[in-house]
Design a protein. Sequence first.
Length: 145
Amino acid sequence: MSRTLWLTVEIRLGRRQFFEQAMVDSGSYRNSIDRSVVLREKLPIRNNIFPLMLETVDGRPLINGPITKETPPVEVKIGNHVEELQFDIIHAPRYPLILGIHWLETHDPNIEWSTRTVSFPSRYCHYNCFRHRWNRRRRDEIIAG
Ligand SMILES: [Zn+2]
């Protein structure tokens, strides 16, 4: 079994929707997406407001030069855990998606290494990341209105 944690995530932007493998990597800071996935799925590309120099995965350099492109926020679904994320666009064909330490710190997921499964019991996720709560909130607003 691999020492890294891979998650199947569903990406959605407007009517576009696809599944991709994401590597959880505490060695990366931000989240990234491989350029070929962006092109394949015809995701919009925009200029990165804060270009980042050189990122590495497992200590190996991935790119030469700053990361200058990013996606707009897209909906990212892992099971019933839903959020909006934007990704730095990098050239890393072996890593279609990378979720970095910032993502780990935000959601504080529980990782069961023996089965490579992840759950989201944190307070942050409880209030922010579950669709049924969004629906309930929306329904409450409708009732209140
Ligand atoms: Zn969450």
